[in-house]
Design a protein around this ligand. Structure first.
Ligand code: CAA
Length: 286
């Protein structure tokens, strides 16, 4: 897995961040999305983030250009043929991910590793769609990917130890800190983090405090860098709801029921920063 280009499938916020960190580690990346506009937008966003680093004297223009040269855009899955590692970061919906993984199979050799950047969908469920489940693993990045140091590496019952070891080495090589966890709804991160966000939504809907005050309590009282409602807007309210649904159905406990207000906001299309409105309003640059 040391040579060859890394495939990143899905050019949304997560896919663009993953492509950036891989390219910054001087590995070639093929960034694939069916929508050429999304790929183009992702590449522009990466260039803007790197340009800010150059402006702050934290990267040279040469390093920026060599990083950008490591990223190739693509719109077809067959272009991934020959990649030793493909990371999917498509929309967080089991059917969407299963369908993508099925379509990817003709282009995966038996030695290639396929990793899923899922927030909460069981890796074992997703592995039912791949030809070589022993080479399938969860690789859970955090938003904003260029900043957040963790990669949660999720091992399903079929994932081979060698696959996990290779992903741990790769994560270290791209400057991340991997933590290996077993496959369970929400893994560790979202089993802890998203119920806190959900509880903040209950507190808001019960009129206990305003959004601003709930966030201030957690920023100043628990030293969280962002309050839970600001964080929900950053993650995406749809993703938060999917995580709560996965916890609720997967663990079968009422304490994981999604807050009705969260569901209503998602149904209304208030998804947070990506739609410029969630618990807060954002300008167009969100
Ligand atoms: N995309 C890329 N980079 C970003 C960014 C974004 N959306 N927002 C901020 N940054 C970068 C900035 O460019 C800056 O980078 P440099 O240091 O290289 O210049 C750095 O982050 C710090 O930014 P700021 O000084 O502007 O802002 P800040 O100090 O307030 O930090 C933050 C911003 C890093 C987002 C911080 O508030 C934070 O850590 N928040 C918590 C984020 C978090 O918990 N993420 C996990 C969400 S859970 C998840 O992703 C998993 C899931 O499955 C749901």
């Amino acid at each position: 897995m040391n040579g060859g280009f890394v495939g990143v499938i899905g050019a949304g916020i997560m896919g663009s961040g993953i492509a950036q960190v891989v390219a910054q580690a001087q590995r070639s990346v093929l960034l694939v999305d069916r929508s050429p506009e999304l790929v183009e937008r992702a590449i522009v966003a990466i260039r803007e983030r790197l340009a800010r680093r150059v402006a702050q004297d934290r990267m040279t223009s040469q390093e920026m250009e060599s990083t950008m040269a490591n990223i190739r855009p693509a719109t077809r899955l067959d272009e991934l043929k020959g990649s030793p590692l493909m990371v999917e970061a498509v929309y967080e919906d089991p059917q969407v991910k299963l369908q993508l993984l099925r379509e990817l199979q003709p282009f995966c050799s038996k030695d290639a590793i396929v990793a899923s950047n899922t927030s909460a969908i069981p890796i074992s469920l997703l592995s039912s769609a791949v030809a070589y489940p022993q080479r399938f693993v969860g690789m859970h990045f955090f938003n904003p990917v260029p900043v957040m140091k963790l990669v949660e590496v999720i091992k399903s019952i079929s994932t081979r130890d060698e696959t996990v070891e290779e992903i741990v080495s790769f994560s270290l090589a791209i400057g991340k800190t991997p933590v290996v966890v077993s496959d369970s709804p929400g893994f560790v991160s979202n089993r802890l983090l998203v119920p806190m966000i959900n509880e903040a939504v209950f507190a808001l809907s019960e009129g206990i405090a305003s959004s601003e005050d709930i966030d201030t309590v957690m920023k100043l009282g628990a030293n969280n860098p962002m309050g839970p409602l600001e964080l929900a807007d950053l993650i995406g309210l749809d993703t938060c709801l999917h995580v709560m649904e996965a916890l609720h159905s997967g663990l079968g406990e009422d304490k994981y029921r999604p807050a009705p207000m969260l569901r209503r906001m998602v149904e209304s299309g208030l998804l947070g920063r990506k739609t410029n409105q969630g618990f807060y309003e954002y300008g167009n640059s969100g």
